[in-house]
Write a protein that binds this ligand. Sequence first.
Ligand code: ADP
Ligand code: MG
Length: 307
Amino acid sequence: VGRGQFGYVYKAEHIPSGTSMAIKKIQYSSLSDDKHNYDRLIRELDVSMKTSSCPYLVGFFCSLFWEGDIWICMELMDASLDKLYKAMKEGSEKIPERILKMIAIAVVNALHHLHNDLHIIHRDVKPSNILVNRGGQIKLCDFGICGKLRNTNKLPSSFVTSMSVGCKPYMPPERINPTAIEGRETYGIRSDVWSLGITMVELATGEFPYKKTAALFGQINEVVYGPAPRLPPNEFTSDFEDFIVKCLDKDLSTRATYKELLIHPFLTRTTSNNDNNASDGTNNNNSASSSDNVSRHIDDVANFMSE
Ligand code: ADP
Ligand code: MG
């Protein structure tokens, strides 16, 4: 169903029980250079096993070591949001704000649960790590597993590695700014809040908010020295605009906390006037309405992914 930096994700079936699942195979070689990474992975897998109580996190079945790879067996979902928004963009459509609100509710709750109950920081919040299914559920995945592999504290090497494979910078300015290096843990809880803000702007507009430039590290410079991205004016509710302002605060000390985000009007207000897609008003459970265009696109993307 997909390919990532450390290997492929496959659709599989556990034959005795008839359970469909997604299996992510991580090449062992991507870990073996660093014993620290390996130990961390083992700890993180341990954490993954405790996540089943949260409806906003992708379920975890088990992990195996097989043929020199690590297999992570997890709940199979139907589409990731990067593919969904790109599919919608091809039809000149955008994800409606009503659905964006549900995505924000799911991700903020998931991150809050990870942090509050399991004491982990996600580190890799981005559209491809937010999955949806045809039942309309929205769930966060890859908490602590690949994110931690990719983002060690040794900033210069991981920074160069992640940029060299063409990753988009979802990380906050304080994670990049060289003055913050020197062995200090630059990844705090609020790093994920920034990445959530970038992700929401990308999903809303259909474009990654930092433009590609010819300059080496051009995007990275923009994150550190440029203004924080904002939603384009007059397209979204003021609640949503303010939510983005609160997430994309370059100053770590004033950036929103999960507690603040959980009570932000964008998440809590049930209907708003300029939300023209609000047809059923039942948007406070973890389920997108099946009667709108978005679910049609989820079907399209799901069919595409399973081909
Ligand atoms: P990335 O998240 O960087 O794209 P991954 O290796 O984590 O790389 O995943 C590759 C792709 O596989 C994702 O983009 C997503 O579309 C798909 N995918 C990952 N996990 C699942 C899952 N549990 N169910 C369905 N699709 C998945
Ligand atoms: Mg992923």
